[in-house]
Write a protein that binds this ligand. Structure first.
Ligand code: AMP
Ligand code: MG
Length: 500
């Protein structure tokens, strides 16, 4: 029963469309802590994802008012939900730490009308047994930032957690200064992380690690349950999804910023948007996080770090891979060594698509790398360059009249002609490029502008316009020209080093 509509008014979960199952809370008690979110003073919805709500089978009208705000704030628990904070550990910047949901509460798993299962999690919902010294709360800016960027990633077709709503709590949170408190409702196919496996493995309980691995298999890789060695198959499958995911990030210029093992999901979805951003000028060393001094999580280092994280995952599976420890280590090592080639396969095929190439030739890597090197040398904007190549005619900009570029462009044109003789007409190349090279990405200066309006002036319209534009990233029409253009030098200096 929901009590959000006045003390006597009751809303059945079915009226709103909640349809919770709680499979994770049927796992051993050591996997989580049971608790409700800590209520907040005066919740108010500031952004709500209508289409996502509909696809979850929720009644958007019933959620748009105060009763929705009460649920998304954790003040009212929908019928059928069994709230928990999940336990996990993680390697943060290379160092092992016990973590857990320190400010997030999983309400339960929403079963949609098409029988898909999604975690509904409130981020910023108050202290939990895993809060350590934290207040369990979140500030408005970072929660809106996660909302914007996760939805942008989704529209780009990149696997990601989604954002259903952000509420302001009506309470301040204390960081360096007092900020508006907020809670994000996050939707994910699960919140099982590499760090979840690390936590369970650190307890040295073979049965528990097998429970978690079996659970993960049934939730995300049911086809592998009957494999000869399902746990080795799980390792390969997780690696495959991560290789594909990180390639997709690189192809759109995305930098996650905190690829700690607790921020890597077994589902293969992008998770935990903190100091993340899309790169403007191409440079593999680009870093956005102010605490990433050594560039551990720099743009170009992401495949390497993914492999490192997957090695930590493989270690947790050792007791399940083989009864003989040495053989288990050999199998895990062999698997992890395949990662760079798997990643390269996804990346190369994505890069070929960005250049309109249907066929494969040995010279393609050189063609791609020459372009990237040129971009780096000339501080060319990554997204803008690929968009320029996608247009019928190159924009009349000094950069594209530059000798080395013209030389590269001639090689590329020859390569395209070569393939069109062999296979398809030139316009299929163009349409491949149009669907592979976004015109609109969540550029940092645009995101900051939207956040500033929302946080400093309570003006949410700038963000709404941005969210609308981000829904159609491959729309190359002049309609959203404002969102196509790279930042000016002063705008790109205006970049965030935000925390969370
Ligand atoms: P993140 O950097 O968001 O991935 O968080 C890393 C860890 O710190 C997770 O265990 C979070 O739950 C925890 N954490 C982050 N912020 C807070 C906070 N304000 N209060 C309690 N725990 C937090
Ligand atoms: Mg995290």
């Amino acid at each position: 029963m929901l009590g959000g509509k006045g003390s006597k008014g009751t809303i059945k979960a079915t009226d709103v469309g909640w349809n919770f199952d709680n499979s994770y809370s049927r796992l051993p008690e050591s996997f989580y802590a049971r608790l409700n979110p800590a209520p907040v003073r005066s919740p108010r919805i500031v952004v709500f994802n209508q289409s996502l709500a509909e696809s979850l089978g929720l009644n958007t009208e019933a959620l748009a008012d105060d009763s929705g705000a009460a649920v998304f704030a954790g003040n009212v628990i929908p019928e059928g939900a069994e709230p928990i904070a999940q336990a996990y550990a993680g390697h943060q910047f290379g160092h092992f730490t016990m973590l857990g949901d320190g400010r997030a509460i999983l309400l339960g798993e929403q079963i949609t009308p098409s029988l898909d299962r999604f975690d509904i999690q409130l981020k910023g919902a108050g202290q939990t047994p895993f809060s350590r010294s934290g207040d369990g709360r979140a500030a408005l800016g970072p929660m809106l930032r996660e909302y914007i960027i996760s939805e942008a990633m989704h529209a780009l077709g990149i696997p990601t957690t989604r954002s259903l709503a952000v509420v302001m709590t009506g309470e301040p949170v204390l960081r360096e200064t007092a900020l508006f408190g907020a809670i994000l409702t996050r939707v994910a196919t699960s919140h099982i992380r590499v760090g979840t496996f690390e936590y369970i493995a650190s307890r040295s309980h073979r049965e528990e690690i097998q429970r978690l691995a079996d659970y993960t298999l049934s939730r995300h890789y049911p086809g592998l349950i009957t494999a000869d060695n399902p746990y080795l198959a799980l390792l390969y499958a997780v690696m495959e999804r991560q290789a594909s995911l990180i390639a997709r990030w690189l192809l759109v210029g995305f930098i996650h910023g905190v690829m700690n093992t607790d921020n890597m999901a077994l589902s293969g979805e992008t998770i935990d948007y903190g100091p993340c951003a899309f790169m403007d000028a191409y440079d593999p060393a680009t870093v956005f996080s102010s605490i990433d001094y050594k560039g551990r999580y720099a743009y170009g280092n992401q495949p390497h770090i993914a492999q490192w994280n997957l090695a930590r995952f493989a270690e947790t599976l050792l007791p399940l891979l083989h009864t003989d420890q040495e053989q288990a280590v050999a199998k895990a090592g062999e698997a992890i060594e395949t990662f760079p080639a798997t990643f390269q396969r996804y990346w190369l095929s994505g890069m070929r698509a960005k250049l309109g190439l249907f066929t494969e030739e040995v010279g393609d890597i050189t063609l791609i790398e020459t372009l990237l090197k040129w971009m780096q040398t000339h501080h060319a904007d990554y997204t803008h360059t690929f968009r320029a190549l996608t247009l019928e005619k190159l924009p009349d900009e000094p950069l594209f009249h530059e000798a080395a570029f013209i030389d590269w462009h001639t090689h590329w044109q020859l390569r395209l002609e070569h393939q069109s003789k062999a296979t398809k007409p030139k316009n299929s190349s163009r349409s491949l490029m149009r669907s592979s090279n976004p015109a609109i990405i969540a550029r940092n200066h645009r995101v900051e502008e939207a956040l500033e309006a929302a946080v400093e002036r309570s003006d949410f319209t700038v963000m709404q316009h941005l969210l609308t534009a981000l829904k159609t990233p491959f729309d190359h029409s002049p309609q959203h020209t404002d969102y196509h253009t790279p930042p000016t030098p002063s705008e790109s200096a205006y970049r965030t080093f935000c925390g969370t």
